[in-house]
Design a protein around this ligand. Structure first.
Ligand code: HSE
Length: 339
């Protein structure tokens, strides 16, 4: 599979590291081979080579902050735009891993439409396009006979979307409720051990959990974006952010956390959605609530179904390899199922 990556931050680099470290195993065990032929970034530059970029050199150049350090080789282009790369029609899939913009989803949304128009499959970690323009993207992918997958957008590589859309196909899902933001769960967990809010947030940023602008995490918008995606994918409902009741953890003080602890309770940022609407809210849970024991950057989701009752999935909600893996799992699913 030849790939174009839009963005090469935590998620793009995590995905590239997986290809570097597990490429041979993936080929041997799963007959899956991927080449990154193009990378477009705002801060590091762009690279394109139709027969594939060298992943170790790409990662080294990114670690140095600029693709200027990527070795020159015959056929290498440093001047192509995303549109040029998509238009070249040499790639099989577009991997959208640039930062999320929940207001306009741009410029990612435009690239996604261009890619589908050109007959490329699409996988995203960027939540913006899936949250804001799901119906149009889904219809276009169907028209063009290609796939759009977005496992990374909800709970990193923990197979939430694969569970809901593939494994549970045939069940109606009535609601989803859980802890859908790793950064805030990490901060709340660390604050319970006495760490300050600022130190815990700084750690979450260092560990690659937080969004490029972490206000999206702590004010609840990241979890809300995930609810829009779940609303689209599970219920075929195009909610807007304004339809959701959203608050974050910024008003939770160290004193609140201590008071909850003394009462045998724990704060969690709980996100829930049904076909009628949704909310994101810091909530005091009794310690025997299963969600109360989900700590650190771990996430959890309970899907309420008609045929299977409740199914709960607990796993990584953020992280470099954990989210990079989501991209890999989407591409492997595309390879298994595309005609
Ligand atoms: N910033 C997000 C989180 C990353 O903390 O959960 C994964 O979507």
């Amino acid at each position: 599979m030849k790939l174009i990556l839009i963005g090469f931050g935590v998620v793009g680099q995590g995905f590239a590291e997986i290809l570097r470290d597990k490429g041979l195993e993936l080929q041997r065990k799963h007959n899956f081979a991927a080449q990154i032929i193009g990378v477009v970034t705002v801060s590091k530059g762009t690279l394109y080579h139709s027969s594939g970029l060298e992943i170790p050199s790409l990662l080294e150049a990114a670690a140095g902050g600029s693709f200027d350090n990527y070795p020159t080789q015959p056929g290498l282009r440093r001047d192509l735009t995303a549109g040029d790369m998509i238009g070249a029609r040499e790639a099989d899939a577009l991997v959208e891993v640039s930062p999320t913009n929940l207001e306009t989803a741009q410029p990612a949304l435009e690239y996604c439409h261009q890619a589908l128009d050109a007959g490329l499959h699409l996988t995203l970690a960027n939540k913006g396009p899936v949250a804001l323009d799901y119906a149009n993207l889904r219809a276009k992918a169907r028209d063009k006979g290609v796939q759009m997958r977005y496992e990374a957008t909800v709970m990193a590589g923990t197979p939430t979307m694969h569970l809901a859309e593939d494994a549970l196909a045939g069940c109606a899902i009535r609601s989803a409720r859980g802890i859908l933001n790793g950064t805030t769960n990490y901060i709340l967990t660390q604050m319970e051990t006495g760490m300050s809010y600022d130190d815990a947030l700084a750690q979450a940023q260092e560990l690659g959990y937080a969004e490029t602008d972490p206000r999206g995490d702590v004010e609840g918008w990241d979890a809300a974006g995930k609810l829009l995606i779940l609303g689209n994918a599970l219920f075929g409902r195009s909610f807007a952010l304004a339809d959701l009741d959203v608050s974050g953890i910024t008003k939770i003080s160290a004193g609140d956390i201590t008071a909850a602890k003394a009462a045998g309770q724990r704060y969690k940022l709980i996100a829930s959605v049904t076909p009628a609407g949704g909310s994101v809210k810091a909530t005091r849970l009794p310690l025997d609530d299963p969600l109360a024991s989900v700590g650190g950057s771990t996430n959890a989701i309970t899907l309420e179904t008609d045929l299977m009752g409740d199914i709960t999935l607990i796993g990584a909600g953020a992280g470099k390899l954990e989210t990079g893996y989501a991209i890999l799992s989407d591409l492997m699913a595309i390879k298994r199922t595309a005609h």
